[in-house]
Design a protein around this ligand. Structure first.
Ligand code: HEM
Ligand SMILES: [Cu+2]
Length: 649
């Protein structure tokens, strides 16, 4: 046992020793603080066992921000390495690990959970529901994401990280990579993927079945619509990932030959299966972002969203097309001219519904009474930036041209323009917009504007030069280059931009602290004063755990806006509200998934089996109990009155 730890703990690099020490110190610090302030019980009852969708959403967002930090540090390390030619700051091996973990973490453990966090907080409120359809399942979703992320992340200090790119192409990932790194990738994604799939199912049922009376499908807010479509994409795409990861896990751990070069394996099968999941995946993070921008633009322009129905039609079209374009990720890997042409056309077709949406946003802004608050800045900043991403996407989508661009820095610039301007801008926008709903006060506007400008300028300074580097022939995924290549100047500029984004992130974190100390506490539910959708209709700034004292009645699109127009003041009669009780099994079961995954990573069978038994035991506990004991509880009329009266005070 001791030898196992000694062999796998990575201590050969000062940077990693530093990481080990700081992780150890943080853990000791957290344990100390929780014990000193006697917060363990509070942590367990209020957070770890909660089934409240808003708290689960907040935990998703916190985890995503921590992962943004981790992925961001990776990014800055890579930029540091590439700033000057022949740099020896990182070795090639270390560089491979870092771009792999950077990509994987940013997409799987940052963008997706951030979006899901916002969905969790907002969607039930927007449809006037008390919670999601399956609150227990929701907790399980979060915890399996969380433990999947932890499993992936410990590879950094224990055993070595995956190093075959976030696409994890075979046969490189099977025959080309020894050590446990790729196993961490396979099992970390598998465990968190369970959570994602469950979330997809949960949100489909929630949105279809739990809408308040009067909220027809075509009265649903745009963010709810995009969440629904996203949930459908998840349910169709994630089973593909599950099977694909399982097959490669067999290849790596049990010696099967699905994706190997030898013994009849087919490496191209991996590429196809990966991207059949992988392309829809980028829409899983971009469609909710479109929803967020729609809400914010219409709120701060004080106008109904322009072209609502065409918006709905275009997101449904995009979701459908997203499954028909995967081959554009390997135009150069020997597909016939006919195959490449078909996928070229489907790829470019996505630009049409996307263009419709851009025009709708612009027309919503047209003649609006625009207020440039921080969420609005992110939303307006998104439009031109995303346009660059989209146009370069169409350039890449032309199969013949892609032979020139692919695997160059041009591609890197393209997908950062879509992923960052699309998803990350939206996460920041939604975070600031809904922050008062989560924590009862706004974030500071001035600091928020600093974050916005540092980030947006830094982002463009970082990635615009990369289009040029791509034209100049710089390949992606190289750890160094020579002075004679002539790429130094643009790389220096790019790194400066990267630092700008890092500063923006630090201002954001400081803003959270600063606003917690100094921001005015909000008492009304409609803190921006221009809320249009039902999440602003709860009378308290932080929506109480039961959400609505009385289920609202929806009279049209922009339900809350219409309610405010009417201003009815009838006497309301409260009734006791039934709520589900807390549950400890989701976190325990996910911890066992982690144990099982860890055992498989190192082929330590007894640990794997132990974890498996633990999972089964939790399932058994849950199913034996669910009939009798899990009856939930009632929120009394007294408590509702007390909570709702806070507003008048
Ligand atoms: C606007 C429509 C879009 C088009 C036409 C498009 C097209 C493409 C094409 C053709 C490639 C492959 C390039 C190559 O390897 O030769 C690619 C790569 C990529 N795209 Fe997009 N894309 C679009 C939108 C997006 C969005 C919205 C995202 C994410 C939110 C995204 C994320 C990515 C990523 C991560 C890659 C890199 C794949 C790799 O590692 O090889 N794209 N895109
Ligand atoms: Cu794609």
């Amino acid at each position: 046992m001791f030898d196992f730890i000694k062999d796998n703990l990575i201590l050969n690099d000062p940077m990693l020793i530093g990481a080990n020490i700081s992780i150890l110190l943080s853990v000791i610090g957290i344990v100390f603080i929780l014990t000193y302030f006697k917060k363990w019980k509070w942590l367990w009852t209020e957070w770890l066992t909660t089934v409240d969708h808003k708290k689960i959403g907040i935990m998703y967002i916190i985890a995503a921000i921590v992962m943004l930090f981790r992925g961001g540090v990776d990014a800055l390390l890579m930029r540091a390495q590439l700033t000057v030619p022949n740099n020896e700051f990182l070795t090639s091996h270390h560089y491979n690990e870092i771009f792999t973990t950077h990509g994987t973490i940013m997409i799987i453990f940052m963008a997706m959970p951030f979006v899901m966090g916002l969905m969790n907080v907002v969607v039930p409120l927007q449809i006037g529901a008390r919670d999601v359809a399956f609150p227990y399942l929701n907790a399980l979703s979060f915890w399996s994401f969380f433990f999947g992320a932890i499993l992936f992340n410990i590879s950094f200090v224990f055993g070595g990280s995956p190093d075959a790119g976030w696409t994890n192409y075979a046969p490189l990932a099977i025959e080309g990579s020894t050590g446990p790194g790729i196993n961490y990738y396979l099992l970390g994604l598998q465990i968190s993927g369970i959570g994602t799939l469950l979330t997809g199912i949960n949100f489909i049922v929630t949105i279809i079945k739990m809408r308040a009376p009067g909220m027809t499908l075509l009265r649903m807010p745009m963010f709810t619509w995009t969440s629904l479509v996203t949930a459908f994409i998840i349910v169709f795409a994630f089973p593909v990932l599950t099977v694909t990861l399982a097959l490669m896990t067999f290849d790596r751990i049990f010696g099967t030959h699905f994706f190997t070069l030898a013994d009849g394996g087919m490496p191209m099968l991996w590429a196809n299966l990966f991207w059949i999941w992988g392309h829809p995946e980028v829409y899983i993070v971009i469609l909710p972002a479109f929803g967020i921008f729609s809400e914010i633009i219409s709120a701060f322009a004080r106008k109904t969203l322009f072209g609502y129905k065409s918006m709905v039609i275009s997101i449904v079209t995009i979701s459908f097309l997203s499954f028909l374009v995967w081959v554009h990720h390997f135009f150069t890997m020997g597909g016939s001219a006919a195959v490449n042409s078909v996928f070229s056309i489907t790829t470019m077709a996505i630009a049409i519904p996307t263009g419709i949406k851009i025009f709708n946003w612009l027309l919503t802004l047209y003649k609006g009474r625009i207020e440039f608050s921080v969420p609005m800045l992110w939303s307006v900043g998104f439009i031109p930036t995303f346009l660059i991403g989209g146009v370069t996407g169409v350039m890449l989508g032309m199969a013949a041209a892609d032979f020139q661009y692919h695997n160059s820095y041009f591609l890197v610039a393209h997908f950062h323009y879509t992923l960052i301007a699309g998803t990350v801008f939206a996460c920041f926008a939604g975070f600031v917009f809904w922050y008062p709903k989560m924590f009862g006060h706004k974030l500071n506007e001035r600091l928020g504007k600093w974050t916005f400008w540092f980030f947006t300028i830094g982002f463009n300074v970082c990635f615009l030069p990369q289009f040029l580097l791509g034209f100049d022939g710089m390949p992606r995924r190289v750890y160094t280059y020579g002075p004679e290549d002539g790429w130094t100047g643009l790389n220096v500029i790019s790194t400066i931009g990267g630092i700008g984004m890092g500063i923006a992130f630090m201002i954001l974190v400081y803003n959270v602290y600063y606003s917690f100390r100094y921001s005015k506490r909000e008492t009304t539910g409609d803190v921006w004063g221009n809320g249009r959708t039902l999440e602003w209709a709860t009378t308290t700034a932080v929506a109480p755990h039961y959400n609505f004292a009385v289920v609202p009645e929806v009279k049209g699109y922009d339900a809350f806006w219409l309610m405010k127009q009417e201003k009815q003041k009838e006497k309301i009669e409260y009734k006791p509200i039934h709520m589900p009780s807390n549950a400890g099994t989701p976190i325990v079961m996910s911890a066992f998934f982690f144990v099982a995954g860890f055992g498989l990573v190192f082929k330590l069978w007894w640990i794997a089996i132990l974890g498996g038994i633990g999972v089964l035991a939790c399932l058994a506990v849950r199913s034996l109990r669910s009939h009798k004991e899990d009856e939930g509880y009632y929120v009394s009329v007294d408590e509702i009155l007390k909570t709702e009266e806070k507003k008048e005070a």
